[in-house]
Design a protein around this ligand. Structure first.
Ligand code: NAD
Length: 478
């Protein structure tokens, strides 16, 4: 049946059309999902509004926490099943999918514990006044989720929104979302009241656009590309709906001569090949101090040469890219760099077992890439690393800050003063010293500046983002 999840039930969509979900490892159709439309979104928003006014707002913070904790436990029980679903439509090697399935449970665990610890302040004011602040939920929140980390990004925004007392309408990515379709069922099983969590699958320009423009949605959390982020912001502005944007990146890793190369090499490799480079916070630029440039690049190239790419079921270092057009896009970047005379320093292998119909791409590291070349400036969203030499700390900072993005950065050096100087000077939402977190743990606030977006997810910051502060001034004298 062609269904969407509203009021804790799979109900028939107003649209007769479906979207095929492909297995990126071989291009076959796994199953169809509903191509939900604006009427489905309207039904979902009505259900979320009703639940917000009549049910969820009457559930105490302590009870909300207990329900979310039950859900986190349920997700752990179903961890294997969720990982298999995530692996199938994203093309993720099972080890990575399992780690994502654990992470979604952890999101609900973290925010379960936070529900009854979210409080306001009292403020000293004029004599005879008591002034206090309340953190109130927005009400109905819309969540637009991409295909690259369905479980993690769903958990990141929905767990925090529910914990803060909001109800949710989710529009997942049309290329991969099977795991999320299962999570909403599990939420119902643990007793989340009807209407608190609704889900409409469909295309961005249809269901997504309808959600952003809906006049009864009080907040939008969007994770996706900068281009669509701009469209979403403009569309939401007509209703003055606040928007949190988690967008792309071109994150630098800056390696100084005194760094521990044994730590640098595996970390740099993982930061770009994880999820086949389809990670907003992928470490896609490698800046190396000139005296150790050849040495570090040689070690990185060697590590690239050893990486294997194959179907998700083989559980190698890399799976396929999400779809044919993404594969073509990455290939185009590589070809145009070669046409411009840039040189490949190292490249992995697609294993012979990989089907020709799968969307595979070998991880590739380019050397001596000019910082202003498009390979070094644009988000490729594939396993392509650019290596750039630098001669001074100032030059490293200039290159690191020299793109439109500002999501994550890392600095590799044993010099403590330099660590702090660079952490200050690099413009990014997160800076890692002698490690790289690709977003890091759930406790760590995460988000960007410039074209990487604004607002923060994760940690307590996300809870603040999913609330509105109300100031209450009480005159009790005079
Ligand atoms: P996308 O922008 O094409 O799509 C993201 C979501 O937006 C999908 O659900 C899509 O259906 C929806 N959408 C598309 N057009 C829309 C519209 N007009 N109105 C409303 N919704 C619309 O991005 P993508 O290709 O799915 O994901 C890749 C991008 O996401 C990359 O740029 C990546 O860096 C970014 N991303 C960012 C983060 C982060 O946390 N910063 C995390 C993951 C991905």
């Amino acid at each position: 049946m062609n269904t969407v999840f509203i009021d804790n039930r799979w109900v028939e969509s107003h649209s007769a059309d479906v979207i095929p979900m492909l297995n990126p490892s071989d291009g076959t159709v796994i199953r169809d999902i509903s191509r939900g439309n604006s009427q489905d979104i309207d039904d979902a928003v009505k259900s979320a509004r009703n639940a917000y006014e009549n049910t969820w707002s009457k559930v105490s913070a302590m009870e909300r926490g207990r329900l979310l904790h039950k859900l986190s436990q349920k997700l752990l029980e179903h961890h294997e099943e969720l990982a298999l679903l995530e692996s199938a439509d994203c093309g993720k090697p099972l080890t990575q999918a399992k780690s994502d399935a654990t992470a979604v449970a952890r999101y609900f665990e973290f925010y379960a514990g936070a529900c009854d610890k979210l409080h306001g302040e009292t403020i000293p004011y004029s004599d005879g006044f008591a002034v206090l602040t309340w953190r109130e939920p927005h009400g109905v929140t819309g969540h637009i989720v991409p295909w690259n980390y369905p479980l993690q990004i769903f958990g990141r925004c929905v767990a925090a929104a529910l914990a803060a007392g909001n109800t949710c309408v989710v529009k997942p990515g049309e290329d991969a979302c099977l795991s999320i379709l299962r999570v909403v069922e599990l939420a119902k099983e643990v007793g989340l009241p009807a209407g608190v969590l609704n889900l409409v699958t469909g295309y961005g320009h249809e269901a997504g656009d309808a959600l952003v423009k809906h006049p009864d949605v009080d907040h939008i959390s969007f994770t996706g590309s900068p281009t669509v982020g701009t469209l979403v912001t403009k569309a939401a502005a007509d209703n003055h709906t606040p928007v949190t944007l988690e967008l792309g990146g071109k994150s630098p890793q800056v390696v100084f001569a005194d760094a521990d190369f044994n730590e640098v090499v595996p970390t740099v490799l993982k930061a770009i090949i994880q999820n086949t480079g389809q990670t907003c916070s992928a470490g896609s630029r490698l800046l190396i101090e000139r005296p150790v440039y050849e040495k570090v690049l040689g070690l990185i190239a060697e590590a690239f040469n050893k990486t294997r790419v194959g179907p998700a079921s083989m559980d190698l270092e890399c799976g396929p890219l999400i779809r044919k057009t993404q594969q073509e896009r990455v290939q185009k970047y590589i070809q145009s760099a070669l046409d411009d005379g840039l040189k490949i320093a190292g490249q992995g292998q697609v294993v012979p077992e990989a089907a020709a119909e799968g969307f595979f791409q070998a991880p590739t590291v380019f050397r001596d890439v000019p910082p202003d070349h498009k390979l070094a400036r644009e988000e490729i969203f594939g396993p392509v690393l650019v290596a750039i030499p630098f001669d001074s700390e100032d030059e490293a900072v200039e290159i690191a800050n020299g793109t439109d993005f500002g999501l994550v950065a890392s600095v590799w050096t044993k010099d403590g003063a330099r660590q702090l100087r660079l952490a200050r000077r690099i413009r990014a939402g997160q800076v890692y010293i002698n490690n790289y977190g690709a977003g890091g743990g759930i406790e760590l606030p995460f988000g960007g500046i410039k074209a990487s977006g604004h607002g923060r997810e994760k940690g307590f910051e996300a809870l603040y983002g999913f609330t509105v502060l109300k100031t209450v001034a009480i005159k009790y004298q005079g």
